[in-house]
Ligand binder design. Structure first.
Ligand code: CO
Ligand code: CO
Ligand code: CO
Length: 353
């Protein structure tokens, strides 16, 4: 039976957030739905023009909706695991805004030629994570499609005064990263059988299916300047969005970045999703790499992440306390990976040292 078990990652060309549109083509499409300033709904506090994690819509002075949607092709061979990862990833954008998830809608594309028990397992994995988040599944939509895809649209709430955007980083802040990097590399390795399911389940599957709930709750409690989650544009792409939105330069210490096991060896063998190269092409002009940074470290920083950690910009005086508070409660350890500097004269948004 084990031999003819379907390997979900073999059924699609791209896996997870690595299947996102390239940043270049996304910008070209979005330009057509730009809203004129005078036509803009004043209650839309955060819209897509900010490249932030989720939309935020004010209902009253105390209450705003946080809305996001994320779905993609399988990132794991086990359907239950895939469901968990997809839900953790979809919830993450609400957590990144400092919101509390309330409801979720399933989105599933599924082929009539595949055993429906697999879809049931995927949905079960998603439901487990929504429950763990303290949210409720309110419904969903399925459509027949030869390529399996799953994800959710999540709605949360936030106090409009406490929205944490990706554009509030301040000079002197320290940067905390809450999960290790390398999920794109490891998902690719799983798909082409450079690693086994067992190796994948030991670390990558756990990292990706872990909610960003604890880190988000702790950053809300202590108060931080800025946050985003690391997904399809990789560590550098999302750091760039934070740096450019905040008009600062961000320095990241490559020696402090946590990587999952085997990632560097796999990158040395050029086991990377194509999204890593499109990220590199688009974002490298904003980055200054110090001498001595190896090619594999460079490439891994462009690796598209699925359900990655939060990148939090917090005042230096609070940073160690926040780190302790997260790490006391979380199995996966957060790390301080860099700091926020004044926008540099050479106009680099990111310095990798
Ligand atoms: Co995001
Ligand atoms: Co997203
Ligand atoms: Co945000």
């Amino acid at each position: 039976m084990a031999e003819d078990k379907i390997k979900l990652t073999k059924l699609s060309a791209r896996c997870g957030c690595a299947g996102k549109f390239t940043p270049e083509s996304l910008a070209k499409v979005l330009e057509h739905i730009e809203v004129k300033a005078e036509e803009r709904d004043p209650n839309l506090i955060v819209g897509f023009d900010k490249s932030d994690d989720a939309g935020v819509y004010k209902l009253s002075e105390e209450l705003a909706l946080v809305q996001t949607v994320d779905f993609f092709t399988p990132v794991a061979n086990d359907p239950l695991t895939f469901g968990k990862i997809a839900a953790a990833n979809a919830l993450s954008d609400v957590y990144a805004m400092g919101g509390k998830p309330l409801t979720a809608l399933n989105l599933a594309c599924f082929s009539a030629n595949i055993d429906s028990a697999i879809l049931a397992e995927i949905l079960k994995g998603g439901a487990e994570k929504i429950k763990e988040a303290g949210a409720t599944i309110a419904g969903g939509h399925t459509i027949s499609d030869d390529e399996i895809k799953y994800g959710l649209s999540v709605t949360g709430i936030v106090d409009p005064k406490n929205v944490i955007t990706n554009s509030g980083a301040k000079e002197g802040d320290l940067l905390i990263l809450t999960k290790p990097i390398g999920s794109g590399v490891l998902t690719t390795a799983l798909k082409i059988e450079f690693i086994t399911d067992e190796e994948f389940n030991r670390e990558a599957a756990i990292v990706m299916s872990t909610l960003n709930k604890i880190a988000s709750e702790e950053m809300q409690r202590i108060g931080v300047n800025s946050c985003t989650d690391i997904t399809g544009f990789g560590l550098i792409g999302h750091t760039y969005e934070m740096a450019s939105g905040s008009n600062v330069t961000i320095e990241i210490d490559s020696k402090k970045i946590p990587f999952m096991n085997k990632v560097m060896d796999l990158v040395k063998d050029y086991c990377l999703p194509s999204g890593a190269y499109s990220n590199e092409k688009y974002f490298e002009k904003y980055v200054n790499f110090s001498e001595g940074i190896t090619e594999e470290v460079k490439l891994s920083l462009f690796d598209p992440q699925t359900s990655g950690g939060l990148l939090i910009s917090v005042e230096e005086s609070k940073a160690h306390k926040l780190l302790d508070n997260i790490n006391k409660r979380s199995e996966i350890k957060a790390k301080i990976v860099g700091r926020v500097l004044k926008k540099d004269a050479k106009n680099n948004y990111i310095n990798i040292i």
